[in-house]
Write a protein that binds this ligand. Structure first.
Ligand code: BV8
Length: 229
């Protein structure tokens, strides 16, 4: 009897919604090197570049063309219908899981539609560009706001809750992730140690494929609804 499922998603689950994956761009995001736009050092060195990188991605996410796809919907329906506990952990910073209806959801790398005061660490929703003129809602000052996302070298969010769920899960499913970014890429080890059934749903092999007991190769929008039935 399956009581507890943990699902980890990566950029591949949002690819069919029109959001560029990290790998497809050969490690470049919108023509920028990761180190220049997804690290605290990059932000310190060139805040305008980093803000514009995220402003561009936020505008893209908010365009009407970007909608949850059948894979996001299958996970939201699974949460509704599953008799046990389902925890969805996403590496993605888009809001497509939430828009599809998932509620037991952890954004371990933060969220594109949130910003944070670099002084108080308070988090606020943001649906527009973060500009130097934008005053911080908590301290009223300018140039105090950064995207609420986890950059390389920064600690991902809710790691204790994630490890607790992994250590007791019966099934662990990874969807649309190349398994190259840690600590997310190491979650399958924790699930294996817990004796869980491990399944990788991906377009092609990932860096962690050999650690999964089962592989489902194909588009997440096809493989996931079939798996969740
Ligand atoms: C940490 C938010 C420790 C920002 C992201 C050296 C120096 C510094 C750090 C390190 C280092 N060596 C290792 C590290 C750790 C580092 C890391 O892992 N680096 C890698 C690159 C080697 N990790 C970190 O820094 C993490 N923090 O370790 O902290 C610590 C300890 C104590 C105190 C403080 C700190 C933080 C990592 C988080 C970085 N932020 N995102 C933003 O989005 O701008 S990572 C970002 O890239 C994503 O969130 C995601 O996690 C990652 C992309 O990976 P994927 O999601 O897997 O996407 P990808 O494109 O790679 O793959 C897509 C897959 O889908 C492919 O396999 C493809 O085949 C498949 N696919 C495509 N289409 C479909 C499909 N599958 C199915 N259907 C489809 N249609």
């Amino acid at each position: 009897m399956i009581k507890r499922i943990v699902v980890l998603t990566g950029a591949g689950i949002s690819a069919e919604s029109g959001i560029q994956t990290f790998r497809a761009a050969d490690g470049l995001w919108e023509n920028h090197r990761v180190e220049d736009v997804a690290t605290p050092e990059g932000f310190d060195a060139n805040p305008e570049l980093v803000q514009s990188f995220y402003n561009q991605r936020r505008r893209g996410l908010l365009s009407a063309a970007v909608q949850p796809n059948a894979a996001h919907i299958a996970l939201a329906e699974l949460e509704q219908n599953f008799h046990g506990e389902l925890l969805l952990v996403t590496q993605n910073i888009d809001d497509l899981h939430k828009r599809a209806g998932s509620r037991r959801l952890i954004h371990m790398h933060g969220e594109l539609l949130k910003m944070r005061c670099i002084s108080s660490q308070q988090v606020f929703e943001i649906l527009e560009d973060i500009t130097p003129e934008l005053r911080c809602p908590c301290c009223g000052l300018r140039n105090m706001l950064r995207p609420h996302v986890v950059w390389f070298g920064e600690m991902p969010l809710a790691m204790d809750d994630i490890y607790t769920a992994l250590a007791r899960c019966d099934v662990f499913v990874a969807v649309g992730t190349s398994g190259q970014v840690y600590p997310a890429a190491g979650f399958v080890e924790v699930a294996n140690e817990a004796g869980a059934r491990t399944i990788e749903v991906n377009l092609d092999d990932s860096a962690r494929t050999s650690a999964f007991a089962e592989q489902r190769r194909g588009l997440a929008s096809r493989e996931l609804p079939a798996l969740c039935r």
